[in-house]
Structures are given as structure tokens and as C-alpha cells.
Design a binder for this molecule. Structure first.
Ligand code: NAD
Length: 246
């Protein structure tokens, strides 16, 4: 018996890092997954690894910053899986640029991919779940940097803080429809995004943090997401789980 037996879900950003780990982790608990990513080949790799492990998955290409593409993703996933019960929003980017050098284009790109994407995905999946007459669960990946800030990443910090507020708001709204929406703020976990944004000295520091003395792996984040995708958390509406901030 898996925690998510019979459930069908979409994971955005499922081709890499935390999205990949969550796709594999949810599938291992019995969920059928639509692995969605801008880079189709990475989504296909995650999906084929799920199938090789005995699970069920399809890969779907999407640019989550585009509302029409997100609607197509949700339609394709619903058709392929039969319905949708779960959404995990992991897609995101973290370019590093000082405020005084940042273009309007870069600011908008980060807000669109990290934040507006969640408006598109949560809205489309909520409509789908309500039309099905079923309940559902959604988890949005925010970041502790959305509260503490991050140097040279004002757009990223702003987008992640907005995700926390957005989740709090729709957590109440969608609760009326039997849908639990919550957010997680992973501490630094060893993914391509973290490596690209972190210098060697900081990785060394993270690897020796006094409370755990190890670099957190993407797989370590899956348990919190599973908690929020099951009825173990059925009275959580619009909450944000913070893992250790560094
Ligand atoms: P990652 O770079 O390894 O993976 C991000 C994925 O998102 C990639 O597969 C990428 O192709 C996809 N993506 C990017 N733009 C997209 C778009 N427009 N449409 C669809 N897919 C797109 O990053 P990660 O470290 O796994 O991060 C996952 C999430 O967790 C992000 O939202 C990130 O902000 C958040 N997060 C990560 C950490 C960490 O330490 N890794 C900490 C806090 C929060």
C-alpha cells in the first residue's frame, strides 16, 4: 500500500532537482504522474525512470509562464491520466543579478516563471478538480529567501515571498472546494539550481552546518510534500512549511 495509491498528479519542473525527486517519490507511493518541464527530454527521462521502477508516468512539455500552454498541459494530463488529484509546482529559475544592473525583462521573466506560473497552474488544476467533483491537494515550492531575502536575487526573493502570500490566499478559497493548497520552503538542497547560485565556500558551509553536517539531497524534501499531499495534513490550508533556513 502506497500513501498515494490511485492518485493522479502533475509535477512541474519534473525534469530536474526537486521536481524530479518528487516525481519519483510520489510515483513510488503509488501516484501516476504527468512530469511537466520546459525541457522535454529531461521530463521524458524522469518519466522513463518511473516506469522502469514499476510506476506510471507521462512526460509533457510546457512553459509554465504561458497561460495557454498551462491549460494545454492540464487538459493533456487529465486526458492521459483520467483525472487530476494532485499538483506539485516545482518549476523555477534563479538568475543572480544586482538590482542596479537588472533589466525590466529579467525582472518580468523571473516573476512570470516563478510566480505567475502558479496562478496559471493552480487556477487550471482547481477548475479541473472542481469539475470532477472531487477534492485535491496542491503544493507550491516557495523559498526561505522569500522571507529572508537573497543578495543579487531581488526578483527571486520577491517571487518566492509572493508565492507564500498567494498560497495563503487560495488556501482559504479552495478549502471550500475540498482542495488543500500549501507551500514548502526547502532549505538549500543539492540541485543544479542551488549549484549554479552558490559558491564553493557556501556549499562547504552547507555541508557542515552544525545541525545536520550534511548537504541536503533532493530526496530529503519529498517527505514534507507527501505529508501535504495526503489527509495527514487535511486541516492545513494555505500554510508554509519551512525547513531549516541557512
Ligand atoms: P532545478 O533548476 O534543478 O529545476 C528547475 C526545473 O524547472 C528545471 O527542470 C527547469 O527546466 C524547469 N523550468 C524552468 N523554467 C521553466 C518553465 N518556464 N516552464 C517549465 N519548466 C521550467 O531547480 P530546483 O533546485 O530543483 O528547484 C525547484 C524549486 O524549488 C524551485 O521553485 C526553487 O525556487 C525551489 N527551491 C529550491 C531550493 C534548493 O536549494 N534547491 C531551495 C528553495 C527553493
Amino acid at each position: 500500500m502506497g500513501l498515494l495509491d490511485g492518485k493522479k498528479g502533475i509535477v512541474t519542473g519534473g525534469g530536474s532537482g526537486l521536481g524530479r525527486a518528487n516525481s519519483l517519490g510520489l510515483a513510488a507511493e503509488g501516484a501516476e504522474i504527468a512530469v511537466a518541464d520546459l525541457r522535454l527530454e529531461t521530463a521524458q527521462k524522469t518519466a522513463s525512470d518511473i516506469v522502469a521502477a514499476g510506476g506510471k508516468a507521462v512526460a509533457i512539455q510546457v512553459d509554465v509562464s504561458k497561460g495557454d500552454e498551462v491549460q494545454t498541459l492540464v487538459d493533456k494530463a487529465a486526458e492521459s491520466l483520467g483525472r487530476i488529484d494532485l499538483l506539485v509546482n516545482c518549476a523555477g529559475i534563479l538568475p543572480k543579478t544586482p538590482l542596479i544592473d537588472m533589466s525590466e525583462e529579467e525582472w518580468r521573466r523571473v516573476m512570470d516563471i516563478n510566480m505567475t506560473s502558479m496562478f496559471f497552474t493552480c487556477r487550471a488544476v482547481a477548475r479541473q478538480i472542481i469539475a470532477q467533483g472531487s477534492g485535491g491537494k496542491m503544493v507550491n515550492f516557495a523559498s526561505g529567501r522569500g522571507v529572508s531575502g537573497m543578495e543579487n536575487a531581488s526578483h527571486y526573493s520577491a517571487s518566492k515571498g509572493a508565492i507564500i502570500a498567494f498560497t495563503a490566499a487560495i488556501g482559504m478559497e479552495l478549502g471550500h472546494h475540498g482542495i488543500n493548497v500549501n507551500a514548502v520552503c526547502p532549505g538549500a538542497a543539492d540541485t543544479p539550481m542551488m549549484r549554479s547560485a552558490t559558491d564553493d565556500a557556501s556549499v562547504e558551509f552547507l555541508s557542515n552546518a552544525p545541525y545536520n553536517r550534511r548537504l541536503v539531497k533532493p530526496e530529503d524534501i519529498v517527505g514534507s510534500v507527501l505529508f501535504l499531499l495526503t489527509d495527514l495534513s487535511k486541516e492545513y490550508y494555505g500554510q508554509t512549511l519551512f525547513m531549516k533556513a541557512t
